[in-house]
Design a protein around this ligand. Sequence first.
Ligand SMILES: Cc1cc2nc3c(=O)[nH]c(=O)nc-3n(C[C@H](O)[C@H](O)[C@H](O)COP(=O)(O)O)c2cc1C
Length: 440
Amino acid sequence: MKLGLFIRPCGHHIASWRHPRAQADAGVNFQHFVEMAQLAERGLFDMLFSADSLTVWTGGEQGIDLVHYVAWIEPWTLLSALAAHTKRIGLVCTASTSFEQPFSVARKFASLDLISGGRVGWNVVTSGNETEALNFSDTPHLPKVERYKRGREFVDVVRALWDSWDGDAFLRDKAKGVFSDRSKMHVLNHHGDYFDVQGPLNVARSPQGQPVIVQAGASDDGRQLAAETAEVVFTAHHVVETARIFYADVKRRMVEAGRDPDSLKILPGLSVYVAPTREEAQAKLQELQDLLHPELAVSLLSRRIGHDLSAYALDEPLPDLPENVVISSRSDMIIGWSKEGSPTLRELALRFASSRGHFTLVGTPQEVVDEMQHWFETGACDGFNILPPFYLGGLEDFVNMVTPELQKRGLFRTAYEGTTLRDILGLPTPVSRYASKDEA
Ligand SMILES: Cc1cc2nc3c(=O)[nH]c(=O)nc-3n(C[C@H](O)[C@H](O)[C@H](O)COP(=O)(O)O)c2cc1C
């Protein structure tokens, strides 16, 4: 089973920063992230994953507190620094194909792969929030279909740039005075619909050959991009049935695209409240739910659905919403919840706020692992992307109670399998597109 750790300064519960044991200044506290990363490495997590957005979300017009993760250390910088404080864990960082340039992204990820000894992955996002474009001069917020087309070309260019140099291009032969072999440098000369990039990249081939490609889009276009290019997929499902359908669909698309389905690991998000007894675990969830402003929860839900829910009655079931308000695959899931037993808007909003729509487990270590094992062994996932409700306590609970139970059942590693992220994820090392057929 593969496990990612989804970083977020104070935690994934929206009220996490108010928890008595939470580090409320986590977003500006580098030492906190070092402790988080080292604890995750002690727990043998495959990778740290940092999401990113290029805007500040103000939480609507109600004048309530902003969410705690609107302003924190920029993730790229953060993971570069964390590379020096960790040895084995993977480092996955987000970069947008709508607002970055392929050359800069290829250069930064190849460099971080060198700095970390081959532990890097790139979470490819197309940036769905239209307010992000407001920070990027004349770059428009493109319609979704076009964002994905640009994203596809972007990924292709980045990967091609990573092949700019053969692994043995730099001879550094002091005696002969030969630094590099020019025949092992490859000029890209790319001219496409969105990008013109000459290349080559001014960074040598990195330890993994190519950093790992990660993605999290779940719409039709998102799945197709993942099936054609991704090696890890993060996703959100709150029941095993939809996770299985998603898993089978992405793996089927991979086969159609001529790829080996094992060369991509699908990891749904999982938020865990664990304790020696179920009652104590339930109390841990309730403690955080009691700290939540319902208005903030409604605001968060409104943003996810793309429709302002603040005028709707809090303690009545959510009426049918206009079809055109649904902005992404995850909002379909929330609309699905609203049809299960007619929950009130307050109940829906609190449920969403506790883990932002990801699968949540509350129970003893045995109960939590029973369910994880069920998902893993019935074709719903290759592991999970863990979202601790609050840091560091929620992560400590996972490492101290869930990890040993997973290991006891032979579901999880007891030591890292290798030195690169590809080694520990069990992914093949890509062969350069310029390699001769014999090498390939
Ligand atoms: C676990 C997870 C992490 C994500 N991280 C980011 C992120 O860091 N930045 C971002 O802009 N979008 C992020 N997304 C959003 C997706 O990349 C995608 O844009 C979104 O799911 C909407 O596209 P879709 O309709 O294809 O699913 C994330 C989604 C999931 C499920």
